[in-house]
Structures are given as structure tokens and as C-alpha cells.
Design a protein around this ligand. Structure first.
Ligand code: SF4
Length: 195
């Protein structure tokens, strides 16, 4: 079985509830959305056999795989997850919530984009984490409309202009003070300059 892989790299989880944990990131090519703030190159990848992916990641000592994209659920299924589970890996996903996720995931991050949080909940009623990218002035969806999760994060969008990033951060801080079920998630990897 093959996956269309954009890149594989070993780093620390930069944001959310697993922030700081060593993880193997497998970025799958392709996305079904076109977000204006997207800073990820998820086009055109290379076909890789699951066994080739396994050989590539085996030297990394961490046991967490983070499936990311693009939208990784366009390619992931239980057969793929089962293959890596049998090899002893724990598997997380970073999904935009527009598709039902396969069951064999150990940690689901749903990051609804645009105006579809209720749609995300209908497809995936539960997740370990909901994380929203937020720019200054963005309206926040009521938490009841989102998938039920152990933690809810606001992630200020990092912009090219530092002053704009700062505005987004301060906006998130103000929102969280008003609605304390949210927590702040800063993209640590960008702050400390790692992949
Ligand atoms: S869902 Fe994520 S990867 Fe896809 S376009 Fe939006 S920000 Fe980019």
C-alpha cells in the first residue's frame, strides 16, 4: 500500500496538548480546503510504500507519529494505522475536521477552519483536542458546537509582520480571559526556530 508523502521529519510537537513531545511528522500531500492563511506546502508529494516509510522513521527513537498535511484523512485509513500500530507506534492526527477520522488513532486534533465547526462535530463528535487558528477579530464558535474534547486551544496565527502576530496573540489572550474554557497555544516551533 502506498501513501503520497510530502515530507517526513523528526522534531518536537510545537503546539497544543502534546507540545514539546518528540514526534515523527509525516506530512501527506493534498488538502480539500484553501485557507487564506495557510503557510504549508502540501502539494505534489512522492508515492511511498508503507514499508519504505517504516524504514525511514525507524531510526528516530520517538514512538509518536503525527499525521499531518494538507488534510491527512484524505489518505489515512485503519489499514495504514494498524500497520504502524503493530510496529509499536502511537498515532496522532492534525485534521481540519471536514472528514470522518479513522478509529485507530490515539490522539485526534481537530482544527476546524472557516465557518464549519458544527459540521466538524457531526463528522467527529469527539476528539482529544480542538485547536482553532485565530486572527484578530475572528468570531469564536460556541464550544457546544465543537467536537467534545479534553482541551480547547486558541492558536494565534503567525503573520509575516511581527506587529500583526502580536495583535493576534493579544486578541486571543483577551478572548481566553472572557471565555476561560479556551487555552492559549503558541506555535513554539516558530518561536524557537525549529522545523
Ligand atoms: S486545512 Fe490546513 S493545510 Fe488545508 S488549506 Fe487550510 S490551513 Fe492549509
Amino acid at each position: 500500500m502506498n501513501l503520497n508523502v510530502k515530507e517526513i521529519f523528526y522534531s518536537l510537537q510545537g503546539e497544543g496538548g502534546r507540545q514539546g513531545e518528540a514526534s515523527i511528522f509525516i506530512r501527506l500531500a493534498g488538502c480539500n480546503l484553501h485557507c487564506s492563511f495557510c503557510d504549508t506546502d502540501h502539494g505534489e508529494g512522492s508515492e511511498m510504500e508503507l514499508t519504505a516509510i517504516l524504514s525511514y522513521i525507524r531510526p528516530f527513537p520517538a514512538k509518536w507519529i503525527v499525521w499531518t498535511g494538507g488534510e491527512p484523512s484524505l489518505q489515512l485509513n485503519n489499514e495504514v494505522l494498524s500497520f504502524f500500530r503493530k510496529e509499536g507506534y502511537l498515532q496522532a492526527i492534525e485534521s481540519n475536521g471536514t472528514r470522518p477520522l479513522p478509529e485507530l488513532l490515539d490522539y485526534r486534533v481537530i482544527s476546524p477552519k472557516g465557518a464549519n465547526p458544527a459540521y466538524a462535530k457531526a463528522l467527529n463528535p469527539r476528539a482529544e483536542e480542538v485547536r482553532l487558528p485565530v486572527k484578530k477579530g475572528d468570531p469564536l464558535p460556541p464550544v457546544e458546537l465543537l467536537p467534545q474534547a479534553s482541551c480547547y486551544f486558541l492558536s494565534p496565527v503567525f503573520e509575516e509582520q511581527e506587529a500583526k502576530t502580536r495583535e493576534n496573540i493579544l486578541y486571543c489572550v483577551a478572548c481566553i480571559k472572557e471565555h476561560p474554557h479556551w487555552r492559549l497555544s503558541l506555535q513554539m516551533h516558530k518561536l524557537i526556530g525549529i522545523e
